[in-house]
Every structure is written in structure tokens, then in C-alpha cells.
Write a protein that binds this ligand. Structure first.
Ligand code: ZN
Length: 202
């Protein structure tokens, strides 16, 4: 099982981190050991002093495919949820400055939180609202209508380079509002108004 993540897929988020808006999707990956299993707490790792939450829509791939035409790409999405792409922003900033790969800042154990899955056929991919709440307050409010690269384009682009397989996940990018977590924080993810994810930070 592979986990793909998309960087800078919402213009407002790219700008809040002073990054340029990309002209093609930015792809990175996390290993399956990054998944934080349901009902487990997230422990801030000792190698970072600046872990950020990034609330994102996560797609689950429902069948194998390679070089998928965007016209047919939506058929490859079986389920949808909200997750968190936890990021060690201090490590990532250092690595970016040096031009090095940023895996250790993004792919560490527990860095991929996954909510409860919903059937993809229940959604209009071009208009899915989602939120991340921290300690009861809405800190990220996203809608897929604002994606720079919609789901179909992501699937087509990723599958040019990597065979997509049943069970693979795609974190589709975070909207504006990312910030640091501290021990004691309580994060909740909402998909079309329904709470699908919760995570205690320790
Ligand atoms: Zn992200």
C-alpha cells in the first residue's frame, strides 16, 4: 500500500508559507508505517519543535491503474475521508533550504492520520466541504472547489509515474490555516459537516 501526498494544492495555503503556486502537482510519499491507527494518540516526536497539522481530504483507490485518463479517473476513487498530514515544519524548512528531500519531516511514524471512510459515490468531487477543528475552534475550512489540481488530475498525474493499486491513499493537499500543535490539543476533522476524525496530541 502506498500513500501519496500533494503539496500546495490550495493557493491560499501556498501563499501562507510563502511558496509559489505550482504549475503541476507536487507529489511526495509516506510509508504505511506513517499511518496513525484509529483511536491512537499522536505523540509529538522529540526531533521537532514545530509540528504542524494539515487537515486534508484523503482518497482511497478502489482499483489498479496506470496512465489513467482524467476522463476516467473518478472511477478509481472508492472512498473519501478527512485526515491529517502531520509535518515537522522546522525540519522541512531546513531541508528545503538545502534542496534535500523532506521525507523525515513528513513520513515519520504517526504522521498520517485517517478518519472514518465514506463511499465516494455519495460526493460531488468538485464541491466537498471539510474542516479541521482544534480544541473546538475551526482552524481550517476547505472546499474542493478551490483545489488547484482536482482529484481527476491528481490521479492521472500520479499514475503516469506510479501504478495505482487498490488500497493506495492520496492526501489531496491542505487549505490555509496550518499551525503548530502542542501537547493537550484535540483535533477533529469534519467531512460535509459530519465528524469523521479525532486525534489527541500528547
Ligand atoms: Zn499536506
Amino acid at each position: 500500500m502506498k500513500i501519496f501526498c500533494i503539496g500546495r494544492n490550495y493557493a491560499a495555503h501556498a501563499l501562507e508559507l510563502q511558496n509559489e503556486v505550482p504549475d503541476s502537482p507536487i507529489i511526495f510519499m509516506k510509508p504505511s508505517t506513517a499511518i496513525l491507527h484509529k483511536d491512537r494518540d499522536f505523540y509529538i516526536p522529540d526531533f521537532s519543535n514545530n509540528i504542524h497539522y494539515e487537515g486534508e481530504i484523503v482518497l482511497k483507490i478502489g482499483k489498479n491503474g496506470k496512465a489513467i485518463d482524467p476522463k476516467f479517473a473518478s472511477k478509481y476513487i472508492s472512498q473519501i475521508t478527512v485526515g491529517i498530514d502531520f509535518t515537522a515544519r522546522d525540519l522541512q524548512d531546513e531541508l528545503k533550504k538545502k534542496g534535500h528531500p523532506w521525507e523525515i519531516a513528513k513520513a515519520f511514524d504517526g504522521a498520517a492520520v485517517i478518519g472514518e471512510w465514506s463511499e465516494a459515490s455519495d460526493f460531488d468531487f468538485k464541491n466537498i466541504g471539510f474542516q479541521l477543528h482544534k480544541n473546538g475552534e475551526c482552524v481550517q475550512d476547505g472546499n474542493t472547489s478551490l483545489l488547484l489540481f482536482p482529484f481527476e488530475q491528481l490521479i492521472s498525474h500520479i499514475s503516469k509515474y506510479f501504478t495505482l493499486q487498490t488500497g493506495d491513499l492520496i492526501y489531496t493537499g491542505t487549505p490555509a490555516g496550518v499551525a503548530k500543535v502542542t501537547a493537550g490539543d484535540y483535533l477533529e476533522g469534519f467531512l460535509e459537516g459530519r465528524r469523521v476524525m479525532e486525534c489527541n496530541v500528547k
